[in-house]
Design a binder for this molecule. Structure first.
Ligand SMILES: [Zn+2]
Length: 371
């Protein structure tokens, strides 16, 4: 009997050691579930877990019920589960009044005249009704026991400058801030800024030169995030966000995210190098900037944009169909980890080819040294 116990102990120790081998934390952005059955969802979650994914940022609309169902399955499969729901893009939402939508420097509302694409229906974070709605909407999701937390996205203004790689796609040269893409000039924002600083921003020839006006808008986003953070934490839930790279070199400049001031629990910068016409080394530079800005106080998970069709990448004109190919994935992960990231997040696992998964398996089981 004693022999058996020792043997069992030895076996347990051995198996623990082998399971505790080096592995970096890995997350994935995923949406659904469409018409998938519980059985199908369970199989796909199990598959992701076996491939090394530790948690999901799952997008399934604004209603709590799908998250309850999906979260239950995710927890059974040993996955962390976060509800990934857009924050300030609120198109097709009957609860959003037209007057709550953001207004650009030409006086056009994102309600009926969104810029760039049809889904850019941004609301203005300076309306109490908007913040209150978001607090309640996320609160209902955070109340679900199977949900570990909420994952904010589109927690920003529309891109006042598009990422460099997207200029050709949209036929734009964004060499400076143009009024059409600059938000928010709704009556409330203009009046509140005037009351605060004495500046009538609508009478300023080049608002991009007014530092207080930038700060005013950084603060609108920061205040909303911090309010949602208080709500999530009051329910003992996590809160994290998909953010633009930086924050200083990209996020603040193009979408007004001063995210090093946010009190959330973790950051998922979308280090989508192809959007910026950059290689994998840049991913490392961005990670270094992120952890430095946060003074290493919070985890940063490096968001990696995976190429859906690697063989066609060279011939594909749309950068949104570019992304990391198997030959780049290992470098992207190494750059992230050596420059201070706590792990990585895939956009998206569905885009990963069989070859990608082979590369991924090796890369996530490597012991990286922070530089
Ligand atoms: Zn506004």
């Amino acid at each position: 009997m004693k022999k058996l116990t020792v043997l069992t102990l030895f076996f347990l120790m051995f198996s623990c050691t082998s399971h505790n081998e080096t592995k970096i934390p890995c997350y994935a952005w995923l949406d659904g579930p469409g018409n998938a059955t519980d059985k199908e969802i369970k199989a796909s979650f199990r598959d992701l877990k076996e491939k090394g994914i530790d948690g999901l940022m799952y997008s399934a609309g604004r209603d709590p019920e799908p998250y309850r169902r999906l979260g239950r399955i995710a927890k059974k499969e040993g996955l962390e589960f976060y509800a990934w729901i857009p924050t300030l893009v609120q198109g097709n939402n009957p609860e959003m009044k037209p007057e709550w939508f953001a207004v650009n420097g030409l006086g056009e509302s994102a309600y009926d005249k969104p810029v760039y694409t049809d889904h850019y229906h941004f609301v203005c974070p300076n309306h109490e009704e908007v913040c209150n709605y978001l607090e309640k909407m996320y609160g209902r999701i955070a109340d679900i026991p199977e949900v570990d937390g909420i994952h904010l996205d589109f927690i920003r203004f529309p891109d006042v400058i598009l990422a460099r790689g997207l200029w050709e796609k949209y036929g734009l040269v964004m060499d400076r801030e143009y009024p059409k893409y600059d938000y928010c000039y709704c009556d409330k924002c203009v009046a509140d800024f005037k009351a605060k600083t004495g500046i009538d921003i609508k009478s300023v020839a080049d608002p991009s030169q007014v530092e207080e006006w930038k700060q005013f808008r950084y603060d609108l986003i920061t205040n909303l995030v911090n309010r949602l953070t208080v709500m999530a934490h009051s329910k003992n839930k996590q809160i994290n966000a998909a953010v633009f790279p930086g924050p200083n070199s990209v996020a603040k400049k193009i979408v007004r995210q001063e995210w090093d001031k946010w009190g959330i629990d973790a950051f998922y910068p979308m280090n989508y190098n192809d959007f910026y016409l950059e290689g994998t080394k840049w991913i490392g530079e961005m990670c270094k900037e992120s952890v430095t800005a946060l003074k290493n106080s919070k985890p940063v998970y490096s968001g990696l944009f995976i190429c859906p069709d690697p063989e066609k990448k060279a011939a594909e004109p749309d950068p949104e169909n570019h992304g990391l190919i198997p030959g780049e994935l290992a470098d992207a992960i190494r750059e992230s980890m050596e420059n201070g990231a706590s792990g990585i997040c895939l956009f998206t696992p569905d885009r990963m080819t069989a070859e990608d998964w082979v590369v991924f398996d090796k890369a996530i089981h490597t012991n990286y040294k922070k530089e």
